[in-house]
Design a protein around this ligand. Structure first.
Ligand code: HEC
Ligand code: HEC
Ligand code: HEC
Ligand code: HEC
Length: 472
């Protein structure tokens, strides 16, 4: 299951079965296949948030305690009020819904072992470098990988009461269940492993990348859908205060990722590796680029107005900052200018010194937090969602697509936002399906990181967004 072709197969299967609308599912598959085929993705770094409502203070109960045949261990999803086949979906390896159950096995198998060998890690080293993301902290059984409680919170306080008469989501949360319905809480849980976290063994340093780890690309709403093991039916909406608002999930996910990245970057222990800066924070292709130093010295880097730094310095990976600015311009215009100024100040400070950069990171984090809070309390209207897509296509934003990572993030954004419009009944499935060709063109433009062409990418993205505009 570890080589790229197998990852590709996983995604193609997912495309057919995942609950996104038909057209979007195909699109997702194309991108994910692209990401899987590329030897490595990127990673951004991250933060300090503990899981939900004190889950980690309670006892970890283990998968077996969720798996009873009258609980989450049904063989078909016929339960009420929840499907009750969640265990099976979590275990289903032919689909991304099953990715977490095999997270520990991934490091036991050939690709994982090759990474471990290249890094020269012994058992303790694997614990220090890998297990925080490939197992569940506090679990007795590491082989269960990323288990139910890794996301839902340690169940010691609520296992025996969460389904009894009088149970409600609110009561469960008060007893220590993680409130994954809250987009800010969910983002923080996922980012621990899908960006990096503060727990032991939760940091994808460049050393791990250089040993052959796949890049870690993440978008909260898209990845939530890919691993979804519940039905968003009327009953779910009644119990959880409505269906998932994908646009909001996306926007909060961007804000939390910027926060996380600033928090990790600010930690003294993560800033450097020996005498070098920790490369994982920077745009991969700024270093992994071909050299043209012949007579007609054609410089391949494009000007990027969002990053006021000198040529020759690796730019901080700002994929989430770009998306967040697009959302802020539309939904929080009063904060957008400050956010824009602070993200530029952060890039500028990178050329000045460590203390200046950390101060700028803290200021930027604060603004990202204000945006996260604002988005979390806002329903996103149809008009706003279209306006965000227009903002992403506008020159002010698309001039900043000079690197692969930001471009991948923008394609995931278009996919998620269109899918959100369909889910909210604001655009018909048929109309969205009609745009498959244009959206697939945008995906193709980021299929292969090593032949990524910024200008061709911008054209493809503009084409896709232009077509989506016709649905207004
Ligand atoms: C910050 C969390 C984090 C750390 C630390 C981490 N990983 Fe991963 N790893 C991930 C994530 C997330 C993925 C899935 C990436 C994707 O497809 O989006 C992954 C994927 C992988 C894969 C590919 C799995 C597959 O199904 O193809 C292997 C192999 C792997 N990791 C091994 C390791 C090893 C070995 C270490 C320690 C040296 C390690 N990882 C450290 C988060 C982490
Ligand atoms: C990678 C994180 C993650 C893992 C691992 C995970 N879940 Fe979930 N689960 C979620 C998210 C996110 C939701 C949707 C938000 C919500 O309703 O809580 C969800 C929803 C659910 C629901 C529906 C809740 C409802 O009120 O309708 C059930 C039941 C569930 N999960 C059970 C499980 C079980 C059992 C396992 C382990 C076999 C598991 N989950 C593993 C993240 C996860
Ligand atoms: C404790 C760490 C951890 C947490 C928390 C976590 N993940 Fe993961 N996730 C992983 C690892 C490791 C993998 C790769 C496993 C593999 O491919 O073998 C993964 C894989 C995935 C995949 C499949 C991607 C692929 O390339 O196949 C999806 C989708 C995903 N996670 C979504 C989420 C979402 C959404 C959340 C939050 C609700 C979340 N994860 C929380 C560690 C984690
Ligand atoms: C600041 C410069 C810099 C940045 C940014 C950077 N790298 Fe590297 N990378 C290096 C150097 C230096 C090496 C070691 C090359 C050598 O050993 O000859 C390396 C090695 C690697 C290798 C091993 C290549 C090989 O053929 O052995 C991989 C894979 C890799 N990096 C991936 C990444 C990814 C993914 C990112 C973005 C998250 C990234 N790098 C960001 C400088 C960088």
């Amino acid at each position: 299951m570890l080589d790229h072709s197998m990852s590709l197969r996983r995604f193609l299967t997912a495309c057919r079965s995942v609950s996104r609308s038909g057209a979007m599912a195909i699109v997702v598959c194309v991108l994910m296949a692209a990401a899987a085929l590329a030897a490595a993705l990127f990673v951004a770094p991250a933060p300090l948030q503990a899981q939900g409502a004190g889950g980690s203070m309670r006892a970890h109960m283990g998968v077996a305690s969720c798996a009873g045949s009258t609980c989450h261990g049904h063989s078909v999803g016929d339960g009420t009020p929840v499907r009750q086949d969640e265990l099976l979906r979590w275990q289903e390896e032919s689909s991304p819904t099953g990715a977490h159950s095999r997270a520990y096995r991934a490091i036991q198998e050939a690709r994982g072992q090759a990474i471990i060998r290249r890094m020269g890690l012994d058992g303790a080293g694997v614990g220090r470098e890998c297990l925080g993301c490939h197992t569940t902290t506090g679990a007795q059984k590491v082989a269960d990988g990323v288990d139910c409680e890794a996301c839902h919170g340690n169940a010691g306080g609520w296992l025996s009461t969460h389904y009894t008469v009088g149970a409600s989501h609110q009561r469960n949360v008060s007893q220590g269940m993680t409130d994954l319905v809250n987009p800010r809480v969910r983002a923080q849980v996922c980012l621990d492993c899908h960006l990096s976290g503060d727990g032991p063994g939760q940091f994808v340093a460049h050393r791990i990348m250089a040993a052959g780890h796949p890049r870690v690309s993440f978008e909260l709403d898209l990845f939530s859908t890919l691993q979804q093991h519940h039905n968003e039916d009327a009953d779910y909406a009644a119990r959880k205060g409505g269906k998932t608002d994908s646009m909001r999930m996306w926007a909060v996910g961007q804000a939390e990722a910027v926060k996380r990245s600033m928090e990790l970057f600010s930690e003294p222990g993560k800033a450097n590796d020996g005498i070098f800066p920790e490369f994982t924070f920077y745009d991969c292709h700024s270093c992994h680029r071909r050299i043209y130093d012949g007579e007609q010295a054609s410089v391949s880097v494009l000007p990027n107005p969002g990053r006021p730094i000198h040529a020759g310095m690796p730019p901080f990976n700002d994929e989430n900052m770009i998306m967040l600015l697009a959302a802020a311009k539309v939904v929080a215009p009063d904060i957008a200018a400050t956010f824009d100024a602070r993200s530029k100040a952060f890039h500028r400070a990178m050329g000045e010194g460590r203390s200046q950069s950390v101060a700028a990171a803290q200021a930027l984090r604060q603004t990202a937090d204000a945006l996260s809070a604002r988005f979390a309390g806002t329903p996103f209207s149809k008009a706003q969602t279209f306006a965000i897509m227009d903002a992403i296509a506008s020159n002010a934003i698309s001039d900043r697509f000079t690197d692969y990572e930001g471009s991948v993030q923008s394609v995931m954004a278009i996919d998620t936002l269109l899918n959100g419009l369909v889910n909210q009944g604001m655009v018909s499935t048929g109309a969205a399906n009609g745009l498959r060709v244009q959206i697939n063109q945008a995906y193709s433009a980021v299929r292969e990181p090593n032949s990524y062409q910024p200008l061709a990418f911008r054209r493809a993205l503009g084409g896709a967004i232009g077509s989506i505009r016709s649905l207004r």
